[in-house]
Design a protein around this ligand. Structure first.
Ligand code: SF4
Length: 334
C-alpha cells in the first residue's frame, strides 16, 4: 500500500504565526555535542517568505509536500522577524536569503487557483507561463527594499532559486526586479537552475526551454558585463539524457555562460516524482514515448564528468569582452 497525504493547506496568517515563534536559530545542544553542524550556516540568518511552488519540475517532490499554491507571508510579519534577527548576537548584518522554494514566486498567485485550486489538466509554467498567472515582482521588490533599509542590516541576499521564465513574463516589474537583484541582492554570482540546455531533455525535466535560458542570459548581459557571472545548477543522467546531450550542454555552458560548471548532480530517483517514474519505466510522462535512461553507474558518472571537465576558457572570455583584460569573477567557486 502507498499512503500519500495531501500537502497541508496553511493561510498567510498561520504561516506568519509559525515564524513569530521564538526560534533560537541555534543548533540543538544534542547535535552540537557531536561536532560542528555546517547546515546551520544556510538557515541561521535567512528568512522564509512563502511556501509552495507551482514550478513542478518533474524531478522535484516539493509540490507534493508543500503544494502547488504559493502562500506568501505578510510584509509586516517578515519585517518584524528581521528586526528581531538584527538583535541576535550572532547576526552581523547579512541576511543570507529572503525566499522560499522558488524565491520570485513571492507575492502573487493565479486568482483562479486561489478560488478553485490548481488546474489538474495543465501546468502553471510548462511548456510556457500560463496566461492566467500574471507574474508581478512588485511586492517582492518592495519587501527586499524595506528589509535593506532596516537598522543593523547591511546586505540582503536572495539565495533561493529564481525562475527566469517568470522574470521574462513580467512586463511590468520583471526587468526592474532583475536589475536590483543583480545590483543589490546577489552574493558573488547569480545562481540559476536551468538543469540542462537541450530541449528534448528540458521537456523530460519540465523546465523552461533553451530559448528562455538564452533570453534570460541576454537580459543579464545587458546589466552585468562580468563573464561567468551567471552560474547554473545542472543534472546529469536525467531520464532521456544521453552522453551526446551532455556534450551539447558542455558546449553551451562554455560558449554562452563562459565558465566550467562544478554544481552538477547525477539524477537521483526521488519518491513521488514523474522523473522517477520515467527512470524506472523508460516511458516519457508527457507522451508515453520510450526514452533512453542511463542506469549504469559508469555511464551516469561519465555524463557528469563530461560537464565538469576543466576547459581553458580564458581566450574565449577575453574575446567576448573585447579584450579589456577583465578577470573571470568565479572566485567563489575556486
Ligand atoms: S489557470 Fe494556469 S496558473 Fe492558474 S492554476 Fe491553472 S494552470 Fe496554474
Amino acid at each position: 500500500y502507498v499512503v500519500q497525504n495531501k500537502p497541508p493547506q496553511v493561510s498567510s496568517q498561520e504561516l506568519d504565526s509559525f515564524y513569530s515563534l521564538p526560534f533560537s536559530r541555534r543548533v540543538h545542544p544534542l547535535s552540537l555535542s557531536k561536532g560542528k553542524v555546517k547546515a546551520i550556516e544556510t538557515v541561521q540568518n535567512s528568512i522564509t517568505s512563502h511556501r509552495g511552488c507551482y514550478g513542478e519540475c518533474n524531478f522535484c517532490a516539493i509540490a507534493t509536500h508543500q503544494g502547488r499554491t504559493v502562500v506568501s507571508r505578510r510584509e509586516d510579519s517578515i519585517i518584524k522577524e528581521i528586526e528581531i534577527l538584527t538583535k541576535d548576537t550572532e547576526f552581523h548584518g547579512t541576511i543570507t536569503d529572503i525566499g522560499g522554494p522558488t524565491a520570485n514566486m513571492y507575492g502573487f498567485e493565479c486568482s483562479a487557483k486561489e478560488k478553485a485550486g490548481a488546474c489538474t489538466d495543465r501546468r502553471c509554467l510548462f511548456p510556457e507561463v500560463c496566461r492566467s498567472l500574471r507574474p508581478d515582482h512588485t511586492r517582492y521588490l518592495n519587501l527586499l527594499r524595506r528589509a535593506k533599509k532596516l537598522p543593523g542590516v547591511k546586505h540582503v541576499f536572495v539565495s533561493s532559486g529564481i525562475r527566469y521564465d517568470l522574470i521574462l513574463s513580467d512586463g511590468k516589474s520583471g526587468r526592474g526586479f532583475l536589475k536590483e537583484l543583480i545590483e543589490n541582492h546577489t552574493s558573488g554570482q547569480l545562481k540559476i537552475a536551468p538543469e540542462h540546455s537541450v530541449d528534448h531533455v528540458l521537456k523530460q525535466m519540465g523546465k523552461p526551454s533553451k530559448k528562455a535560458l538564452r533570453d534570460f542570459l541576454r537580459e543579464v548581459s545587458l546589466l552585468s558585463s562580468r563573464n561567468g557571472f551567471t552560474i547554473g545548477y545542472f543534472i546529469a543522467a536525467h531520464p532521456g539524457c544521453t552522453i551526446q546531450d551532455m556534450a551539447e550542454l558542455k558546449k553551451f555552458v562554455s560558449k554562452e555562460m563562459h565558465y566550467n560548471p562544478e554544481q552538477v548532480q547525477i539524477f537521483t530517483p526521488t519518491p513521488a516524482t514523474y522523473s522517477t517514474a520515467m527512470y524506472y519505466t523508460g516511458i516519457a510522462s508527457e507522451d508515453g514515448d520510450r526514452i533512453f535512461v542511463e542506469k549504469s553507474a559508469s555511464g551516469r558518472r561519465e555524463q557528469k564528468d563530461i560537464l565538469t571537465k576543466k576547459e581553458n576558457l580564458k581566450r574565449e572570455s577575453e574575446e567576448n569582452i573585447g579584450g579589456t583584460g577583465n578577470k573571470c569573477h568565479n572566485r567563489h567557486r575556486h
